[in-house]
Design a protein around this ligand. Structure first.
Ligand SMILES: C[S@@+](CC[C@H](N)C(=O)[O-])C[C@H]1O[C@@H](n2cnc3c(N)ncnc32)[C@H](O)[C@@H]1O
Length: 315
């Protein structure tokens, strides 16, 4: 596990927040740390501090094995992914705890590595079925789920837009990544996308098959991405085979388009594919309405199913 490597520890680690998304509001973290502050005052706690420069990214509290939990483990707390005012609260509580309990080690890491490590922890929790009590979904074979033809089709689209002068660089976000079939094409072209998908079973499948990178995938509703990422965080935003997009459900998809634009930087590349012309017209309308300049491309083939129409443009 990347987190253990990063911190040089062998014991188990547990985050008090139940999901990556809960790391934005850190309710359990603040409640627990406030409790700890009063309870352990002066009694001594074994702590590790994770920091970037002078900024505390995380605090680990050691829990020795006892009758209830027969193994040593570390409880991990972080404010690094939280909204700004909560980050401040986290800083204040952790500073107060550390003033009466000096951490036995102080570990410097980059905030990016820390974020990836936290991400990976939740991916492992998901794929090990720890987040879904009573999961009855059985693993499927790679061949029954992933299609090389489809990966090739996405690769061809990426090559096509590059030839048209839409080159990519910088931070890449892929929305609605599903089980990672489209993400696989991006990986093979040397890209390192952050991939988001609302359906945790799809993410689980992609992780289980070793397709999705556990450090770089999030179970997240793409209609809410601006709650988790600052404006202009990404230089490219892509989404493949979005939909089905109909008049009756278009608000969902146009909402995703607006969110994509809001987290895209000025000049960012935006690329979305769908199955039919009416669908791409709905997405293009939303993108243009949000200030994106671009074109619809007819990519139809004899099969008529995947990625038949695309919109590519820049913010
Ligand atoms: C047809 S699949 C395409 C998956 C993948 N991009 C591909 O090309 O193979 C569309 C995906 O969009 C996801 N999706 C739908 N609504 C979403 C939302 N609000 N946020 C994130 N993902 C969503 C679905 O769960 C589904 O996995």
């Amino acid at each position: 596990m990347f987190l253990k490597e990063l911190l040089g520890i062998e014991e188990e680690v547990y985050f008090v927040e139940e999901s990556y998304l809960a790391q934005r509001t850190i309710e359990s973290t603040l409640r627990y740390l406030n409790g700890v502050r009063g309870f352990f005052e002066g009694r001594g706690m074994k702590l590790l501090r994770v920091r970037e420069g002078e900024h505390t990214l995380g605090l680990l509290i050691f829990n020795p094995a006892d009758e209830e939990v027969p193994v040593d483990f570390w409880s991990v707390f972080t404010g690094a992914l939280a909204a700004a005012p909560l980050k401040k609260e986290f800083d204040a509580i952790t500073s107060s705890i550390m003033s009466s309990n000096i951490p036995e080690r102080d570990i410097e890491v980059s905030s990016e590595s820390w974020r990836n490590a936290v991400n990976e922890y939740y991916s492992f929790m998901l794929v090990n079925r720890n987040l879904c009590q009573g999961c009855a979904v059985r693993p499927e074979s790679y061949g029954s789920v992933f299609s090389e033809n489809r990966v090739r089709r996405v690769t061809d689209i990426l090559n096509l837009i590059r030839k048209k002068g839409f080159s990519q660089s910088g931070q890449l976000l892929e929305v609605c990544c599903g089980n990672g079939m489209s993400t696989l094409a991006l990986y093979r072209l040397g890209q390192d996308p952050l991939a988001v998908e609302i359906n945790k079973c799809m993410v689980c499948q992609g992780l289980e098959q070793g397709v999705l990178n556990p450090q770089r995938v999030l179970v997240m509703d793409a209609t809410t991405i601006s709650r988790y990422f600052d404006p202009g965080s990404f230089d490219t935003v892509m989404g493949f085979m979005l939909g089905l997009v109909y008049e009756f459900n278009k608000e969902l998809w146009t909402g995703i388009m607006r969110e994509a634009v809001s987290v895209a930087s000025e000049g960012a590349l935006l690329l979305f594919t769908v199955s039919s012309k009416p669908e791409i017209e709905i997405l293009a309308g939303a993108l243009r309405g949000a200030g994106v300049k671009g074109e619809i491309i007819d990519n139809t083939d004899s099969e008529g199913t995947y990625d038949q129409w695309l919109f590519v443009g820049r913010k």
